[in-house]
Design a protein around this ligand. Structure first.
Ligand code: ZN
Ligand code: ZN
Length: 259
């Protein structure tokens, strides 16, 4: 697989990238939507998090913004391919499954570090205007996952480049990054608590934490894990959005009485 990837032409790499990122975005988004809006509620598993309605035209906006990100991620495949072509990085074709597992575990942790740093930078005064397009989704959906300003897409999309130049990864380890990243991203933006029984700090409560990030804006900058927010003291309390959700519930009740 490694040789086949390196043997592609620049245009083929970009076309394959576009099809790959467009395909996984639509597939993962649609499956998560189906699970969280139909299948899991019907089975009585989990519960929705933010009960407020989506903004008018939200899904259309998320799909349009994500289309631009898919364009950047897809054509951006030229960068890892270019590193290989130039000999600045190498793929290890002989890595066994033990090595590949270790590499994936490392990339899982690195992805959280890389995401926290870039996300925290996007919340500074200098860069926040490039992050607001993502935060226009206050109540998130599985299609919010790639809904970024192009600059944010470029910042987040370069996650594998630095590891590639310092270590010869297996093709499959690097291939796993966009897959697990989008999977966790869909979970994070699903606006659905899949495991209401686990504690707020549990790995399985990532959707609760990212829902709070969108509801409160500041805090919980991490991705799937909590170690970066714990290290830098940027965790939100589990009840951080309770006041605004109670206000919404009160308004709903008042409207119900009025009508
Ligand atoms: Zn943010
Ligand atoms: Zn988000």
């Amino acid at each position: 697989m490694a040789q086949a990837f390196e043997a592609l032409s620049a245009w083929q790499v970009m076309l394959a990238g576009l099809l790959f990122f467009g395909g996984i975005y639509l597939l993962f988004g649609a499956v998560t939507w189906l699970l969280t809006h139909h299948i899991l509620p019907a089975l009585g598993i989990g519960r929705p998090l933010d009960p407020r309605p989506l903004a008018p035209g939200q899904l259309r906006r998320e799909l349009a913004q994500s289309g631009v990100s898919v364009l950047l991620f897809g054509t951006g495949m030229i960068f890892p391919w270019g590193l290989l072509k130039l000999g600045w990085a190498r793929l290890d074709p002989d890595a066994g499954w033990g090595r590949i597992t270790l590499e994936i575990l490392f990339l899982l942790a690195w992805n959280d570090v890389h995401f926290w740093i870039n996300h925290r930078l996007l919340h500074t005064r200098l860069l926040r205007r490039f992050h607001l397009p993502h935060h226009r989704s206050v109540v998130t959906t599985p299609f919010s996952t790639y809904s970024f300003h192009p600059l944010e897409a470029l910042m987040l999309g370069n996650v594998i480049l630095l590891p590639m130049v310092v270590h010869d990864f297996s093709f499959w380890s690097l291939f796993s990054v966009p897959l697990f990243s989008l999977f966790f991203n869909c979970v994070g933006h699903a606006n659905y608590d899949f495991f209401p029984g686990v504690s707020y700090s549990h790995w399985f409560a990532a959707s609760r934490r990212h829902h709070l990030h969108h509801a409160c804006y500041h805090g919980n900058y991490g991705f799937q894990f909590t170690f970066m927010d714990r290290l830098f003291g940027t965790r939100l309390a589990a009840d951080a959005a309770d006041a605004q959700l109670r206000t919404h519930a009160r308004r709903q009740t008042a409207q119900g009485h009025a009508s």
